[in-house]
Write a protein that binds this ligand. Structure first.
Ligand code: SAH
Length: 207
């Protein structure tokens, strides 16, 4: 498919990620008026002033995350559910958190209709999933721009687990963090990117 050819050109080499991207119909995650853009490599507006990430961004984060079948993955920022569906295609058990009720309701239903078995939660991603005893996680992926690395998410990551997170305010840097049992976490840098901001509790109260 054209999109996967573009992704290869942009440096995506993980065949499992490419196969997953081929499998998931991105147009199902978009508003009907924007359908013709579904397979272009661009971010597109969805409900609640948010965006569905660009395919190359989804592919890059998925590749960095190195998901193996059966792994427990925590995703922060469900949004349209497109990244969630890719993680499901990769064989992960996905737990995903969204703070906007409108998106949460719509996407939970869509994923269910498409037979993706992700567990969707409405809540504050800064906290991770404390109230339910599903952690710790093999992988954590954040799909909104985080001003810093939230400690609860580090705490919910297994030893040797991997977190992929865009860190910064206006613009972010893509980081891959590997939690090591007896050492400081390993932090690797993968260039600049731009995500909608990861919002905290204060905004959560008033929006
Ligand atoms: N992966 C999604 C990206 C959506 S944009 C997709 O491809 O569609 C990022 C999403 O993160 C938005 O839906 C936004 O509402 C959500 N978000 C922002 N801050 C959050 C927080 N603290 N907790 C959970 N979700 C958050």
């Amino acid at each position: 498919m054209q999109m996967c050819r573009e992704l290869r050109k942009k440096g995506i080499t993980d065949e499992r990620v490419l196969a997953a991207m081929e499998e998931v119909p991105r147009h199902r995650f978009l508003d009907i008026t924007l359908l013709e853009l579904a397979y272009e490599d661009q971010a597109i507006p969805i409900l609640c002033d948010q965006t569905i990430s660009q395919p190359s961004t989804v592919a890059t984060q998925s590749q960095l995350l190195n998901v193996q079948p059966g792994m427990k993955v925590l995703e922060i920022g469900t949004g349209s559910g497109y990244q969630t569906a890719i993680l499901c295609e990769l064989g992960a058990k996905v737990f995903t958190i969204e703070r906007q009720k409108g998106l949460f309701d719509k996407t939970k239903k869509l994923l269910w209709d498409m037979r993706y078995n992700a567990r969707c939660y409405l809540g504050d991603g800064y906290k991770g999933l404390t109230e339910v005893d599903y952690g710790p996680f093999d992988r954590v992926i954040i799909t909104c721009g985080a001003p810093y690395i939230p400690q609860p998410l580090m705490d919910q990551l297994k030893p040797d687990g991997i977190m992929v997170i865009p860190v910064g305010s206006e613009q972010q840097e893509m980081l891959r963090i590997t939690k090591r049992p007896d050492e400081e976490p390993l932090v690797e840098h993968f260039g600049n990117c731009r995500f909608v901001p990861m919002l905290g509790n204060i905004q959560f109260k008033y929006q």
